[in-house]
Structure formats: C-alpha cells, structure tokens
Design a binder for this molecule. Structure first.
Ligand SMILES: [Zn+2]
Length: 418
C-alpha cells in the first residue's frame, strides 16, 4: 500500500479518490490499475439520494512517460444509481475530463510541446497519443485579429505551405508578431483582409517592406496611403546569394560525381555563400583534403577548380560588400559594367536589380536590420519541414501564430487556461 501511494505521488495524480490497486511492468511499458470511488453524491437530475452501484468497464488512459517507460492507467470508475429516479451517474475526476480519454496533464504536455515547436508527429509519438489528438489540442489555440491596430512598419511575404499553395504573411517588422496569415495571395484576398480595418487604422502604417519580385506594390499603395513601399535588404541579399549558389551547382555538375572537385564543391557550399570577411583562420582536419585547413584555404582550393567560379565569386563578394557598406553608386555601376558578360543566372538577377533601382536605394536608406526577418524565415522553414498535418491551412497558420505570437513568459498562462 505504501508503495502504491508512492506511485500516485510520482505520477502527480492529485485526485485523492483514485486508489491504485496494482502495478504491472510488461518490460516495454508500465500499467497502473486503479479505481475511482468516493462517497455517494446527490442525484444530478432530482437531487434524490443515490446509492453505490457497480464499477464501469475500465478506461485506458495513456499517461506521461514514467522513468522513460510508456505508462497506461487502467481506471475503473464507480457508478452510482439514484434511489428515487433510477438515473445512473459515473464518478468524475480531475485526471480526465468527463467523456474524455486523454489525461489533462497529457493535454498540457501537448500544448507545451506545440509552443516549443516540436513536430506534431513527434508529439504524438512521444506521448502515445494519436496525431488527431495533437491536432485537436492545436485547435484550442484561438487568435483574434485586432482590427484597431496595425504596426507602423509591416513586412509582407509569401510562403508555400504545401505544393502549389501559397500563403500571404504580414508581420510587424519590429516585434516579429504576425499581423495576418492568409490562405492564398491574390489581390482580392489581401484587399478583403485589410479592408476590414478602418481607413484611419490603415493610415498608421508608415513603411511596408517586401520582396523585390513582389506583385503587391500597387495594392499596398492603394490600401495604405501613408506607407512607403520598400524592398527589404534581406530579400535583396537572398536573391544575390541564391544566384551564386545556382552558379556553384552548375559548375559542380560539370565534374564527375565521384570526382574530388565535385565532392568538395558539394560539401563546402557554405564557404562560397558566406561573406568572405567572416571566414575564420582556424585550422581543422578536412577529410576530403586529408589535411588541416582553415576555411580560407578550403575556399581557395574550391575557387582553383574553375575560372568561371572564381570570377563570379569575386563579383558576388564585391557586390555584397558595396551593399552592406551602402555604397549604392559602386553597387550599381559594377552591375552595369558586368551585366553583359556574366552567367545568365546573374544576368537575370542584375536586370531585376536595375529595374527596381529606386526601391533598392530606399532599402539602403532605412535603418532596419535583416536579422529579424531572417529568423522568421528560418522558423517557418522549420515548421514546414515538420509539416505533418499541414494539408490543412488552418493548422499551418495556428502553428506559425503559436511560434511567433505567443511569448515564452505567457506560456504558463496559456497552459493554465487550456
Ligand atoms: Zn434522481
């Protein structure tokens, strides 16, 4: 008996009416046999005196893991029968809500893991519940749109949440909070959403940053009369570095797949992308080269494989440098000088840069940093990678809102409300 009491404590079962009868260790998991019983209550419907009846067939309640083992509680609940009207009642407990199969504490754990950005399949797996249980818990998060407020600086972007489906995301640039996630990115979808705000609220928006290939310029100007439309630096640099990456891949594919050059270009792609000023001098052992080399030395070897790679790398680094140092004139004259002789991949990007020259210059004048947007981008990438359940747009949306709009310190509050 002592030991069984000890189990209740360990499991954190607070309901004193739950008595543990037995404990089975099957090797792979643990089972706790328990009963729920308490003095006869009054009848719910006629307030007459009830009497103890039998015990209900046991319900199997998956519980939190105990010392690394999956744990199942087999609970038999006392039934009562009214002496006056004959109605039956089942005993109730805080361990599981009425008519529920999942323990309250397990639900809280699911909520906590959703906030911690754990993939939904992993949550289901680790807590021995179905993914639909996890999704049901996800749906308990409710986010309301505040129609009385819009941030001064918004960022607009789009993300594919499943194949061929894009969603539109507006974010507060300063706090990173999501202002809107829309299912679709058509002009009508965006207009209908923002027209729910009064013109006065919309007038508060001073800056909207967006990607350079954005089809949203016009609609943004119409909806937000006081906003300056600016390209954001994050995307400008991203276009440049993606182009560099594609050129590396093109050149890499000219080598045999088993060749040393191919393997090195594949393995050390990041060194080419990186700002050359940030390459470290520390030497490490590099299995591909069978020697200790610093990042700079590895890079030098990569560039020695191809004249074309070296030329584009140098150009790429120089453009990055001018951009970061806000030397707009140097940046654009370099583009104009080289556009006719570079790889077509660079040519395409350069053409867009020239076309949006004024907006790029706006971007350089604004004192905002890219770090925040980059963080959001990466976060959404992680959420998408763990995308089970996101055939449904609302699940995708809720997950992003949980990740970005719930602050860590509020977690406990949210938990206690669920
Ligand atoms: Zn009754």
């Amino acid at each position: 008996m002592e030991q069984l009491n000890f189990i209740t404590n360990i499991l954190g079962i607070k309901d004193k009416n739950i008595i543990i009868l037995d404990y089975l260790d099957s090797g792979t998991h643990k089972e706790i046999i328990a009963k729920l019983d308490y003095p006869t209550p009054k009848c719910h419907s006629c307030h007459g005196q009830m009497a103890k009846y039998d015990f209900q067939k046991e319900s199997k309640i998956p519980y939190l893991e105990c010392a690394g083992y999956k744990t199942l509680i087999r609970l038999r609940k006392r039934r009562f029968r009214c002496k006056v009207c004959g109605k039956m009642a089942v005993s109730e407990t805080s361990l599981v809500k009425k008519n529920h199969q999942i323990a309250t504490i397990v639900k809280q754990k699911i909520t906590q893991k959703l906030i911690e950005k754990v993939p939904m399949t992993s949550i289901a797996e680790s807590l021995s519940v179905s993914t639909s249980t996890v999704i049901r818990q996800l749906h308990k998060f409710k986010f309301k749109t505040n129609l009385n407020y819009l941030p001064e600086h918004m960022n607009w972007d789009e993300y594919g949440f499943k194949k061929g489906k894009m969603s539109f995301i507006a974010q507060d640039y300063d706090t990173r909070k999501i202002v809107a996630i829309l299912d679709g990115r058509t002009q009508a979808t965006i207009r209908n959403h923002f027209l729910r705000y009064s013109k006065q609220v919309r007038s508060c928006v001073k800056v909207i940053t967006m990607d350079m290939f954005s089809p949203y310029y016009d609609i943004a100007r119409k909806l937000f009369p006081n906003a300056k439309i600016v390209l954001d630096r994050f995307h400008i640099v991203q276009h440049l570095s993606r182009a560099m990456n594609r050129i590396r891949i093109q050149i890499m594919n000219q080598f045999d797949r088993r060749s040393h050059e191919y393997k090195a270009l594949k393995r050390y792609w990041k060194l080419i992308q990186q700002d050359s000023r940030k390459l470290s001098d520390k030497r490490f052992y590099r299995p591909i080269f069978r020697s200790h080399l610093a990042n700079k030395e590895v890079l030098e070897k990569l560039l020695s494989y191809s004249q074309e790679l070296r030329q584009h790398y140098d150009l790429y680094q120089l453009l990055l440098f001018h951009f970061q140092e806000k030397q707009t004139d140097h940046f654009f004259s370099l583009i104009e000088e080289t556009i006719s002789s570079v790889n077509p991949i660079f040519q395409t990007v350069f053409k867009t840069f020239l076309k949006d020259k004024d907006k790029i210059m706006n971007a350089l004048e604004l004192p905002y940093s890219n770090a925040k947007l980059e963080a959001t981008n990466n976060l959404i990438k992680v959420i998408k990678r763990n995308a089970f359940g996101f055939r449904n747009f609302d699940n995708f949306k809720t997950r992003i809102l949980i990740a970005l709009n719930i602050k860590k310190e509020r977690t406990n509050l949210v938990l206690s409300r669920l």
